[in-house]
Design a protein around this ligand. Structure first.
Ligand code: SF4
Length: 378
């Protein structure tokens, strides 16, 4: 039995110190607290969220749209950037059908012309195509459907109150057809060991996503296993027809939060090859502002994408490149001006390897910036 409570919160939007390099979001907001989708692996059950009964007690944040409107109107320093609604809740969980809380918030976001990246497991999002379309046409809009398996029975066990995987894929297809400007894709997250990581499921999720019209598939092998969330998940497995995965799962994690690096290293090339086979991007294409941040964001995307792809292929991450890419987002002038002064080495984490990599792009783009810009090279 779900209880709904109405509560007003002081803060409505949170600015991240660095953008999320997967979803490119710079702001987060949560229209709800708690989530009746009640996925049995949900991280919200871990102690760090302090959510006592997150699937049975949902808080509806009152006056959210009005407060957000005021916040965006008054915020002279809040530059438009990507907003990601829904952290440990789904902005389209069932109550949304009735109260249209997220819809009202989207209208405010559209009014202020902020870009948006929204992840959901619900087909209900298609109700709001009109607003999402407007956001996409005015700025940028990405919609990602979280899909871990195409096996409907397994999905029902893992995510009992979400739309089924086929309904999510159908919703993706509808959005793409009705508004091609919206970037759509699949968040193939989590890929649960021994349940979702067989070759057939890996291929099926990617193939079906492509068939539905997805522009990207973002994948992440493994599942975080954290304190009470791990306990709950294991308990559910033990009482189900999937109890046979408990032993191998515990052996794979060895009491840690993440599966072994070897496990992740083995899955990455498989996933990468499948995305190549179906000609689908493994990254979300970033929104690029038209102000002084334009080239900072483009070069940051270039570095972060390179770092990500190299790490998938080699199994090693390049932290310096990652931080160079992230820090660029906070630069208060255009990287072109820094380049023209010959000061690239003064930028945070810009070592010679990074300078050698980005310089040709800047040099070529300097001449082409009034034509087609750096997009020709990305
Ligand atoms: S939809 Fe997301 S937030 Fe909601 S229960 Fe499932 S995993 Fe958790």
């Amino acid at each position: 039995m779900v209880t709904y409570k109405y509560k007003e919160f002081k803060s409505v939007i949170n600015k991240l110190r660095y953008p999320d390099s997967w979803f490119w979001s710079r702001y987060t907001l949560n229209t709800y607290s708690g989530c009746t989708h009640a996925c049995i692996y949900c991280d919200a059950r871990s102690q760090r969220y302090y959510l006592k009964d997150f699937e049975n007690e949902v808080i509806i944040k009152t006056n959210f749209d009005k407060k957000l409107d005021l916040r965006l109107k008054r915020a002279r320093t809040l530059l438009p950037d990507i907003i990601a609604p829904g952290g440990v809740n789904d902005a389209y969980q069932p109550i949304e059908q009735e109260i249209e809380h997220t819809r009202k918030v989207l209208q405010v976001i559209a009014k202020h012309k902020f870009p948006i990246n929204i992840a959901t497991k619900s087909k209900l999002i298609t109700r709001d195509i009109d607003i999402l379309k407007k956001i996409a046409e005015d700025t940028w809009c990405t919609v990602g459907f979280s899909i871990s398996t195409t096996n409907e029975e397994l999905a029902k066990f893992l995510e009992p109150y979400s739309s089924s995987p086929s309904e999510r894929l159908e919703a993706l297809s509808v959005i793409k057809k009705k508004s091609p400007h919206i970037q759509v894709g699949t968040y193939f997250i989590p890929i649960i060991p021994f349940l979702c990581d067989d070759n057939q499921n890996l291929e099926d999720v990617i193939k079906q996503s492509k068939k539905a019209g997805a522009d990207f598939v973002l994948f992440s092998p493994g599942l975080t296993m954290r304190d009470s969330q791990a306990d709950y998940f294991i308990k559910k497995l033990k009482n189900s027809k999937y109890k046979y995965v408990v032993k191998p799962l515990l052996e794979l994690y060895k009491g840690e939060m993440y599966p072994s690096a070897q496990y992740v290293r083995e899955l990455h090339p498989k996933l990468l090859n499948l995305c190549e086979k179906y000609n689908i991007a493994v990254r979300v294409k970033r929104w690029i502002p038209s102000d002084y941040r334009k080239w900072n964001y483009k070069i940051s995307e270039l570095l972060l994408n390179k770092e990500y792809l190299d790490s998938l292929k080699t199994g090693k991450s390049n932290k310096t490149m990652m931080w160079a890419g992230l820090n660029l987002n906070n630069l208060e002038e255009s990287i072109f001006d820094v380049y023209k002064r010959g000061n690239l080495s003064k930028l945070k984490n810009f070592n010679q390897q990074i300078i050698d990599y980005v310089e040709p792009y800047l040099e070529k783009s300097k001449d082409l910036k009034h034509k087609t810009g750096i997009d020709r090279f990305l």
